[in-house]
Design a binder for this molecule. Structure first.
Ligand code: BTN
Length: 263
């Protein structure tokens, strides 16, 4: 199904996210372009959508496979009045919002893997990459980048990820309207973002904990060449994963790739 930017623009007119919408048939990375727009003062809620990306960026300097015509690649500019240390809360929030929307397509099969991978039966369907611009002790803006595998088929995934990734179409056996999904995604992101600003991180944290199978499990987190492991016992106020390591030592991990290890 083709994305119709004119219809999207009409549907998002006056909405918090997407009132200003930039659509690209092809772009390097919507995150890079959103960052550039953020620097020029684009308002909160500005959203970018691309039909394909030739330099899609993933976490930890990875590439995000972004072929044309099948998936959602979007970046949103937010300007929350929170401290720079709290900005990981926004990525956690985004994971919760995406998971809640995808739940209606694949009931009881959606899980969150720290920090914010959205999985269907253990395979990744969505990745989130946020990039922050701070000035002194304040947040200037955050670019929230979201990639959702919507209609991509199994054979279109690069070999190295085909056993790890999936799409909504693969899991439901039908083609999904990207247009409808974008509208529900922006609405749900708005709902959780407003909750964060009004009530703080608590509700988001509780919701994350209810969707993630990680708490109570032994987790290994690798970051660059380093690995730490321990039992996951909670989520910090800064979005970090709290591990209980050997000797009952509490470790707060703020970046890396997490895996549940069976001991
Ligand atoms: C991850 O590694 O899990 C994060 C992937 C984030 C991909 C999205 S697609 C839209 C936006 N633009 C990018 O270049 N990356 C993010």
């Amino acid at each position: 199904m083709i994305l119709k930017p004119e219809i999207l623009k009409q549907q998002l007119d006056g909405k918090f996210i997407g009132h200003q919408l930039y659509y690209y048939e092809e772009i390097g990375s919507t995150n890079d372009e959103a960052f550039r727009l953020g620097l020029t003062g684009s308002p909160e809620g500005t959203a970018l959508i691309a039909n394909s990306q030739h330099a899609g960026k993933g976490r930890m300097l990875r590439v995000w496979h972004s072929p044309a015509g099948s998936n959602i690649y979007t970046s949103i500019i937010l300007r929350p009045q929170i401290t720079p240390a709290s900005t990981p809360q926004i990525s956690i929030l985004a994971g919760v919002a995406v998971a809640e929307v995808l739940e209606s397509y694949c009931p009881d099969r959606i899980k969150l893997k720290w920090p914010n991978d959205v999985l269907i039966d253990g395979k990744k369907v969505c990745g989130i990459l946020s990039q922050v611009k701070t000035t002194a002790s304040e947040v200037d803006f955050i670019v929230l980048g979201i990639g959702i595998n919507v209609n991509i088929s199994y054979s279109q995934f690069p070999k190295e990820i085909c056993n790890l990734a999936t799409s909504l179409a693969i899991e439901t056996g039908r083609e999904i309207s990207r247009q409808e999904l974008i509208i529900s995604l922006y609405e749900n992101l708005t709902k959780w973002y407003k909750q964060l600003l009004k009530y703080g991180f608590c509700r988001i944290k509780d919701k994350w904990l209810s969707i993630s199978p990680m708490i109570g499990q032994t987790i290994q987190v690798t970051f660059q060449e380093e690995a730490v492991s321990g039992k996951a016992i909670g989520l910090g106020e800064d979005g970090s994963l709290i591990l209980l390591a050997v000797g009952n030592k509490e470790l707060k991990v703020s970046a890396g790739d997490a895996t549940i290890v069976n001991r």
